[in-house]
Every structure is written in structure tokens, then in C-alpha cells.
Design a protein around this ligand. Sequence first.
Ligand SMILES: Cc1ncc(COP(=O)(O)O)c(C=O)c1O
Length: 325
Amino acid sequence: MSVSAVSAVPATAADSSVCAPLAVLGRDVTVPLVTGGEVTYAALDYAASAPALQRVWDDVAAYAPYYGSVHRGAGYLSQLSTDLFENSRTTVAEFLDCREGDQVVFTRSTTDSLNLLAAALPAGCEVFVFETEHHASLLPWRDARVTYLDAPRTPAEAVHTLERALADRDPYGPALVCVTGASNVTGELWPVRELAAAAHAHGARIVLDAAQLAPHHPLSVRELDVDWVAFSGHKLYAPFGSGVLAGRSDWLREAEPYLAGGGASRKVTRRPQGGGRGAWTWSGTTPPPGTRPGRRTSSACTPSPPPARRSPRPASTSWSPASST
Ligand SMILES: Cc1ncc(COP(=O)(O)O)c(C=O)c1O
């Protein structure tokens, strides 16, 4: 696509007099050379995986002794960890400028987030993706009918191509568009808002692969009007193994749990009952600590006084900006 390649990083960010780079882990690491000796490592591919911010790492380390199972226990540390985990949904929702009623689901990565959504597609849903997408956006939809769209030459052509494909779909049933916000190959920013408008005008939903956008660009789910956004912690200077799928809850709510077991169940019987419902019910395993993106880093991990004794958390807990703290 010959879209003017816009640098995702504002020019001023590179100017250390304006904004000094934040400290990251591993900046003094030395590695062996094939020719012998050692050299300080220069990681040149933060797009693949960025080092954790030092201050985020410090927060996680400060919290680590207080770690307790999330949603699995009544003990002090379990309740503390559960509170931190639930509160971090609000932090992420603010980071993404989510709408009221949007869900924040913690996953392992962008790939995991998109696979989670793929497992929740309504019956007969057709998926539309540009052939230029990352494999994480191209491949999760194996059980659905997928229409691959030609690589556009301009942003306007991208919108036009999508509109035509959506208008021509037969049957004119549920549809999902999956598009990246910033290309991992060229760095181009895609016309997400316009693509979202086209999708909605044609009765489709849209999920934004923000793996490369979220680390470098303000992201507003509300302004872009995307139905979901997916991103990875490890590209966002967070410690490893965390991801997010945020957005509308209805498709997820209707779907069977993605990972059966653990927090995915309200009640277990010998016969299938359907899954539990609520943001954490899509995380059918014990979640990892340190899942917050880098923009807000401190207060949530400061050990606080014991939480007030309370009855077990109901399975239907769901996040909304108005109701959660
Ligand atoms: C645009 C884009 N989408 C998705 C992914 C997948 O991210 P992850 O491997 O964290 O799931 C990447 C990783 O490079 C990417 O660049």
C-alpha cells in the first residue's frame, strides 16, 4: 500500500531534550561475539518484543511477595491479588478509552485475543481480512468463511475494497472485519476509523489488531469506533505473557468458554451447563501477574491495608467504568 508511511512515533519523542527515554531492562546486557569477546547488546527489533520498562518491572517485583491466586481463594493474598487484577481492568479500559459496558479480558497475547474472538463468532459469521495482515489476524478464523481482500494502494482504496466486499456478501449475514492499526512490516497506519465506519454501515463488526499501534500511538476505542481491540503486553514494555481483548461483550457472553475449567465455570455437573459469564470467565486458568500496560505504573501495585472481609465474588462480575473502582 503506497500510503504515506507515517512514523508511528512522534518526532519529538526521539528528541531526548524533550522526552528522555524511559529506562528498560537489559540495557547493560552483554552478549558473546562469534569472533570472541563480548559486546553490549543493541536490541533493534522492539516491534517483535520490547523489553519491560524498569519501573513496571519494579512494580511487579514489589507486588510479587503479595501474590495470591486470583479468583481462587478467600485468603488475604488471594483477595488482594483479585482486587489488583480486577482494578487493572479499569486501568486498561482507561488506557484504551473504552465505552461503558465494554469488557476487558486478559489473555496471553494479541494472537490469543484474536483466537478468543474467533471462538466466539456467531453462527454463519463471515470474516474479512486484508491479505497484508499479520498471521495473528489471518489465521485464527479457520472455522469461519474468510474473504481475503487484495492489498490496497491507498487508504481510500482500502475503504472502497472493504465496502464492496461487505456489500456483496452472500448471504448478508453477520460479519467481522479484522484489521491492523499499524503494519508490523511497513509501519503504515491504517485508516481504522474509516474502515470501522464502512464495517458498521454494512452491518459488520470490526476488531483492531493494535499489537503495533498500542505501543506508539494514543488509542481510543470510542473515537475509532471499533468493536474490539487486541494487543500484547510484550510489545508494550510490559513483562511477558500478557495480552488484552477489549470491547463488546455480547458475542463473548454468548459463546462457550474458550478455555474450559478453572474460572470458566459457575457450576460443574456431569452434563454441559454452558459457561460462566463475566470478564474473567474467558480466562480459564490462573492469570499471570504484571499485566498492566506502561502508561500508569505505580499505585495499583502498592500493597495496601487488608481488604475488608467480604463474601465470595459473584461469577457475573463484569467491568464497566461506572460500576468498578
Ligand atoms: C501487527 C501484529 N499483529 C499481531 C502480532 C502478534 O503478536 P503476539 O505474538 O504478541 O501474539 C504481531 C507480532 O509481531 C504483530 O506485529
